[in-house]
Design a protein around this ligand. Sequence first.
Ligand code: HPA
Length: 273
Amino acid sequence: MTIVEEDLKKAYDYIKENISVKPDIAIILGSGLGGFAEYFDDKEIIEYKNIPGFPVSTVSGHAGRFIFGRLYGKNIIAMQGRVHYYEGYSMDRVVMPVRLMKLMGASKLLLTNASGGINDSFESGTLMAINDHITSFVPSPLIGKNPDNLGVRFPDMSNVYDKELLNLLHEAANELDIDLKDGVYLQTTGPNYETPAEIRLFKALGADAVGMSTACEAMAAMHMGMRIAGISCITNMAAGINPTALSHEDVKITADRISDKFTKLVKEFIKKI
Ligand code: HPA
């Protein structure tokens, strides 16, 4: 067993001692979007800080707990808060939670985040379904001895975001009359926001939105064979597109503003899967 697998086993054993349900759907709730878990029935909570070896977020606006519960009869495990590479954790720590949720039994994963819009047709408040990603600016979480029990050494990344789940997201959005865009998410290390020159570069590379999370989690989930969907909440247009300076406070305020629309969309999506 690799160290990654040994640590996962300790965390898994702790959760199993405390929670009996087997989740089917895993959701990671991004900055300002954690309120979604309040809608679950039969909630059970596990604080990250009590799980052996588990990374704990240091960012304001990010709680740190798993919420187990049911929605439309489906067993869900949601993360209120995630850790980021910029907090100083190694990539294998950053993706430990997503691996743990797969080990708990979740076969589907919905990733959500707050991100900066690069595509000119977006504006602050746009919701974007992620249809592909660019991770070339962050180290792969799969570097190091391959945990063979989790997945293969050289996993395919041709179809990270499941087409059927993407269609269901759009069906849900259409029914709710929500204008859901589609696009490519590019992950940076953060914690600084980008320069206007970097945003012009990312645009030329085909990115529609930029953020500091998500794609590494999708990579680890894909390695383990999960079916993945992703939603970016565009909380601001990226650097240089508008004259305003970027701030985490504004990101949280916009995430709050879109949280109703986001919640409606995710609920409808859960109903359909
Ligand atoms: N850049 C990177 N990450 C972000 C942004 C951004 O503009 N907005 C929210 N998260």
